[in-house]
Ligand binder design. Structure first.
Ligand code: ATP
Length: 528
């Protein structure tokens, strides 16, 4: 077995956001020793998550035995290759559908909500999009679709949220911010700092990078057994993204991590998020502006290494991360920042050295700390002021459980509060945008009544209230009668009493005492 596997090696442009969630879940996998996010040292940005299951091969002293094992492994690899080919052939049957799904984007426009809602894969901002299937080996590169994302030339310098803010109707209007729309896409790969970064000095490799290289060597050796044409075909099938050869690794674990890599835009826009104006502005400043104005964000203005969002559950932290991801997806691929979203970071980062801390989680945490610090070395400057290449965006409901070392690196700490009166009203409007509402419903009044409710609670109330009229209509009817009901019969306007009933049923999920705890933590550690 290799010491360290290049689990997901993603060249520049293919990775925008990795979401690692419930790291605790990984603890069940005995093989997990190490998890890292690594940037390529060849100036083509790579992000990789690696796992080590090295103890067996490392400890093997007998050379003959080792050789035997390697030869068995190589046979297995060959056999696996055959199986992989067959399965990829099979997966090609699905490709037509996927391309059709992406057609609006391929045509250079965002799918209309109604369009995606009506499609079989209905739009749901609560659901992370499914990962891209592996491209079939036999399908040639499709430059217009590229990474399932086509950005027309005029949009390359202008993310859609900026266009939406400027003029919600016209998507072609240019942003009036100086320096931004005029910015040329650099020909060379850029760091998060923006300017092309030739590697000038020998790179200090982390232990994980060295292990990664070793594993790649192993993989290359076994690959050399493939015929030249096979290899060429394999190169073509990459579609800009090296495929991961999962041979010999825990299948569930590989699948789990693959599932959380986001290769398509989550399609959540700032306008889908009610309120949280301050948080949106801070995230723009921390993540997006440094990419647009790299020359400005230098030295003391260098971008933050990490941003932590904290606040009660259901207040929109994950939604904000999705909006950031959507934004990054819509930017020119050349900028290709690697943003790692770590949800529930507290589950990974309880205070270091605690007796209860699991070895796997300790290593993951150490690697993250190291990567956040080691970035300047990778960019070749060894300068503490150098901008980070990997940006960590994290969220937690329990900021007080976060390790001090990590907290320090998550330099920007944003509080995501319960919605205020205006945001609650905005949330009601957003949730009920497609529902008929009776004249007696006063949204301001309603917004006052749901003070103390989180965004998720309010969404639940709207969901429940919107089904009240249907419940009344179907009451006492047989299944057959229900199925034959005309559509109009169900579309009765929502009444004030429907809301009142829903509010009575659904309690606020956040306790006042919890809010106090957040306030105190922000007073002590907040930085926004
Ligand atoms: N500000 C908001 N605007 C629009 N919808 C919101 C907002 N806040 C919460 N919601 C609704 O609540 C759901 C849950 O929000 P989200 O998952 O982003 O919260 P969270 O803070 O990450 O919660 P948790 O800490 O429990 O993971 C969203 O999918 C959305 O339906």
């Amino acid at each position: 077995m290799a010491d360290h596997i290049d689990l997901l090696s993603l060249p520049k442009g293919s990775l925008k956001l990795i979401r690692i969630t419930n790291i605790k879940g990984m603890r069940t996998h005995g093989q997990l020793r190490h998890c890292s996010v690594v940037h390529g040292v060849d100036n083509s940005k790579h992000a990789a998550v690696g796992f080590s299951n090295s103890s067996y091969s490392k400890n093997m002293q007998d050379g003959l035995e080792k050789e035997k094992l390697l030869s068995i492994r190589s046979e297995l690899l060959d056999e696996f290759q055959v199986i992989k080919d067959i399965s990829q052939e099979l997966s090609s049957f699905k490709v037509v559908d996927i391309l059709q799904q992406d057609r609006p984007r391929a045509l250079g426009r965002r799918p209309e909500r109604s369009e995606s809602r009506n499609s079989s894969a209905a739009y749901d901002k609560d659901v992370w999009p499914a990962p891209d299937p592996l491209p079939p080996r036999s399908v040639k590169k499709k430059p217009s679709i590229g990474n399932r994302l086509f950005i027309p030339e005029e949009q390359k310098t202008l993310p859609s949220w900026a266009r939406e803010q400027k003029d919600s109707k016209s998507v072609t209007k240019k942003l009036s911010m100086p320096n931004i729309s005029a910015k040329k896409v650099p020909a060379k790969p850029v760091s998060r700092g923006g300017s092309p970064q030739p590697i000038k000095k020998p790179i200090r490799k982390s232990a994980s990078s060295a292990m990664l290289d070793k594993a790649n060597d192993e993989k290359n050796k076994s690959r050399s057994k493939l015929s030249k044409s096979d290899q060429e075909e394999e190169e073509e099938s990459k579609d800009g993204r090296p495929e991961f050869d999962g041979t010999g690794y825990d299948k569930d674990l590989v699948e789990m991590v693959k599932r959380d890599i986001l290769n398509t835009s989550p399609n959540v826009h700032w306008t889908d998020i009610a309120g949280l104006r301050e948080a949106k502005a801070l995230l723009e400043e921390a993540i997006v502006l440094p990419l647009w104005m790299p020359d400005y964000f230098q030295g003391i203005r260098r971008p933050w290494k990490g941003v932590l969002m904290t606040g009660p559950p259901g207040t929109g932290k994950t939604l904000l991360a999705k909006a950031v991801a959507t934004l990054l997806f819509e930017m020119a691929r050349h900028y290709a920042p690697s943003t790692i979203f770590i949800d529930e970071i507290d589950s990974l980062c309880s205070t270091r050295g605690e007796g209860s801390e699991h070895e796997a989680s300790r290593r993951v945490k150490s690697e993250i700390l190291m990567q956040m610090d080691g970035i300047s070395a990778i960019s070749g400057t060894n300068d503490a002021d150098a901008p980070p290449i990997v940006m960590v965006l994290a969220a937690t409901n329990f900021p007080w459980h976060i390790d001090e070392a990590l907290r320090r690196r998550l330099e920007k700490r944003i509080y995501i509060p319960l919605p205020d009166a205006e945001s609650r009203r905005e949330l009601l409007k957003l949730n009920l945008s497609t529902i008929k509402i009776a004249d007696d419903v006063n949204l301001d009044e309603l917004a006052d009544k749901i003070e103390g409710y989180s965004g998720a609670d309010i969404t639940n109330i709207c969901r429940d209230a919107s089904m009240m009229s249907m419940r009344k209509v179907i009451k006492g009817k047989t299944a057959e009668e229900i199925k034959n009901l005309p559509k109009d019969a169900l579309e009765l306007p929502l009444l004030k009493e429907d809301f009142e009933m829903a509010i009575k049923k659904i309690q606020s999920s956040v306790a006042q005492s919890d809010l106090k705890q957040y306030e105190e933590w922000m007073k002590e550690f907040g930085s926004a």
